[in-house]
Write a protein that binds this ligand. Sequence first.
Ligand SMILES: [Zn+2]
Ligand SMILES: [Zn+2]
Length: 451
Amino acid sequence: MIRPWDNSLFSGEYGMTWKFIVLDEAHTYTGATGIEVAMLLKRLKARLETNNTIQYILTSATLGTSERDNGEVIDFADTLCSVDNFKNENIIRSERVKLYPPENVCDFPKNMYSELYSCIESYNSNEILYEKVCEFYPQLKIGDDIGETVFDLVSHDSRYYRIKEILTDNAVSVFDIMRKMNMKADEMCDFISLASKGMKNGVMLFDARYHYFLRTLEGAYLTIAPEKKLFIEPRKTYLDSKVFKFSVCRSCGEIYLTGYTAKGEDGLNYFSSECSVDPLGPKKSYMEYYLLDAGKFGIDKDMPSETIDENIISNTYTLCGKCGAIWRRFSAGPSVKKCSCGSRYCTSIIKAADKKYLKLNEFSNSVTVKKCLSCDSSANAGNVLRDFYMGQSAAASVIGTALYGEIPSSKNVIHEEYAAVSCELYSASRTSRPKNRQCGICAYILPFVIS
Ligand SMILES: [Zn+2]
Ligand SMILES: [Zn+2]
């Protein structure tokens, strides 16, 4: 609003014509974003040189669930748009139109879907498609519109009503529908792809939408005995083994188990990825780091050889991979308390305990490893270990990288493909990716690449 170049939008000829302000996905304007947008709208209103009363239109699929929420929806809209005139009757809710099977409902052969769908996707002329439709359903009155033809055809299909019935009350997986309908994966995909193209008088047969859910890494986990198994999602046990969280040395890649030790009711110490001490309580508990591979120090023998550093010997522990019990491997004391799980679960690990290896960060009240026990690499600032936690921005960058990888290398090709993809986007094809063609989403980032 302050850029001279855009001035004409808000004042002069165009500034007089403002009538509507539409906010899509209105439910997202909450919290700090909501306040910012509300302030922006206020400034916009003050800036516009129009005598028209601006009408605000807010759209959302997740704002209020029933008429009982109308009051809150109105409050939300009034606050966001700084007005006081939203009313009950201004709230328009969508209603699903229920389709009832006609009397002459049929059982079409399953190959009909793939044949018709591939006919539409291969950009055959409408005549070829209509010929195909006639093959399967000669009684159908065919109009000019592909969407209406598909709608009329599939709405005569008994299979369509059975699938709708399965989906009436609950979310059902595609595999369950396939099983109940006795359909193969390809047949199901073709059915949904074709039925999704059916539309008549604004009513769609299927409202197919595709969502990708991406989850970022929250850590890496493993079992240590009797076998090593890796997990990238948090878990506590696998079969009869305990699962531990780990980090690796940035330099040599050696694995370090990370976690906390706490005394159990039986007097034994137990090592676990989670801290059992209240973080706000008076007692502090610091993260501990154990080098998993003690073998390279000659620790795997019963008695340590004399060449081994005493520091290493005194910080060697035995960890039970089943119950998580942990005790000093070479204790000077008379009897070391051990668990009864058996030696097949036991592994020797070396604790990074000496000041030489650890750094206390007073500000965050945490401990990090500044020098690797295995390779002696050091990190003066920060941690020599890398954990496997990724922020949410990582997910976006993964998608970005994947999409970038889909872009053809030549600039000319991009222009051609872009034109083709744009046509597709604006054509009737709205639901799925055409075979052997550019991924639809790429079209959104291609303009940036071209520019
Ligand atoms: Zn290292
Ligand atoms: Zn045990």
